[in-house]
Design a protein around this ligand. Structure first.
Ligand SMILES: Nc1c(/N=C/[C@H](O)[C@H](O)[C@H](O)COP(=O)(O)O)[nH]c(=O)[nH]c1=O
Ligand SMILES: Nc1c(N[C@@H]2O[C@H](COP(=O)(O)O)[C@@H](O)[C@H]2O)[nH]c(=O)[nH]c1=O
Ligand SMILES: [Zn+2]
Length: 362
């Protein structure tokens, strides 16, 4: 097979682990000796061995004089695991083909330099775009130290998220709702406003066939109105963090902490999105799935604080000038001031349409 085919195999291995390796990136590795695949590996969980370690372990003696294809630059630092670059050198690998450079500042280019110093034949950039597309959340966080934000809305053809009476079950169909759970698995955290908690009492867990990883549930709740009886407080299915403003009294905070909820006070009377994202970044959240409701979506939109928008549109017409739409708040005064997006994909999903769009650099 060609170098490209081996690297594509490494990428496909990593693809299947997206969502389970955070805060580490998803990485795949393939070891080839004399035209035979002798080792395969992918990083499965943060703190466990890296992809190269698994692949070289499987290769055993055949690692000597082999070629290793890896989707990310081999690490060169002692994090929770020893450096992969050292292991590649120790196992006397002959050639190392790397798809993408590591965006983690403590790693970037050090691994490549160390391999070259040891006389290993290093090539960088094969299927670079495909490899970088494996870890958009990790890469964004390494650069900005705040979470990559995905906004998700589910509306009728006429842009409503509920009827004027507040009924919203269900607008989109089973397939679209299941697709949402894939994003819950992939993101570190899911965020809704207390309005959604009061209206839907959502569980915000990841319910995909064969199970998935539950995101941390983050509730934007300036004056701590979340009921103590809410599922997100009582179901013990996943961690729940409630973000409150500086006006919340300490003893009220402690009541929720006694129930196992983490309460984070933003030192402002109302929660600004930029302050929220800075705080979540400091708490290690690399990716945030914002599932509304309209008020929260509106505040993220006005702060222009999002990196991708997932829109599900159901072939239904709800009507009514009082029926809520997906973005509340003030909105923009002029068309020329609104954020521009680029449509990345449009697809049918069940009876609904799914559009993924990305902010356009102005
Ligand atoms: N009403 C609709 C949605 N409504 C989503 C709500 O905002 C809230 O996130 C859900 O009720 C979450 O519930 P749980 O976590 O599954 O228990 N979302 C959708 O994709 N389609 C709809 O029709
Ligand atoms: N997952 C992964 C890498 N991840 C890199 O190593 C860092 C985590 O190191 P540690 O704390 O030791 O697990 C992570 O931030 C990223 O820069 N590197 C690799 O060579 N192969 C792998 O499979
Ligand atoms: Zn490593």
């Amino acid at each position: 097979m060609t170098d490209k085919e081996y690297m594509a195999l490494a990428i496909s291995l990593a693809q299947k682990t997206i969502g389970q390796t955070s805060p580490n990136p998803a990485v795949g590795a393939v070891v080839v000796k004399d035209g035979r695949i002798v080792g395969l590996g992918t990083h499965l969980k943060a703190g466990e061995p890296h992809a190269e370690v698994h692949a070289l372990h499987m290769a055993g003696e055949n690692a000597k004089g082999s070629t290793i294809y890896v989707t990310l630059e081999p690490c060169s630092h002692f994090g929770k695991t020893p450096p992969c670059a050292n292991l590649i050198i120790e196992k006397q690998v002959k050639r190392c083909v790397i798809a993408s450079v590591d965006s983690n500042p403590i790693v970037t280019n050090n691994g490549i330099a160390r391999l070259k110093e040891a006389g290993i034949d290093v090539e960088v950039g094969l299927l670079k775009e495909e490899a970088e597309a494996l870890n958009p959340y990790f890469n964004f966080y390494q650069i900005y130290k705040r979470p990559f934000v995905t906004l998700k809305t589910a509306t009728s053809l006429d842009g409503k998220i509920a009827t004027y009476s507040g009924d919203s079950k269900w607008i989109t169909g089973k397939e679209a709702r299941e697709d949402v759970h894939k994003y819950r698995h992939e993101h570190d955290a899911i965020l809704v406003g207390v309005g959604t908690v009061l209206a839907d009492d959502p569980s915000l867990t990841c319910r995909v066939p064969n199970g998935g990883i539950n995101p941390i549930r983050i509730i934007l709740d300036t004056s701590l109105r979340t009921p103590k009886t809410a599922k997100v407080v009582t179901d013990n299915e996943a961690p729940t963090w409630i973000i409150v403003g500086s006006g919340v009294l300490d003893e009220k905070k402690q009541e929720f902490e006694k129930l196992g909820v983490k309460v984070i006070i933003i030192k402002e009377p109302t929660i600004s999105i930029s302050e929220l994202l800075k705080t979540l970044g400091e708490n290690g959240i690399q990716s945030l799935f914002v599932e509304g409701g309209a008020k929260v979506n509106g505040s993220f939109l006005e702060a222009k604080a999002f990196q991708q928008v997932i829109t599900y549109i159901a072939p239904k017409l709800i009507g009514g000038s009082n029926a809520p739409t997906s973005f509340a708040g003030t909105g923009f005064e002029n068309i020329k001031g609104v954020p521009l997006l680029k449509v990345k994909s449009v697809e049918k999903i069940g009876d609904d349409i799914k559009i993924v769009s990305l902010p356009k650099e102005r």
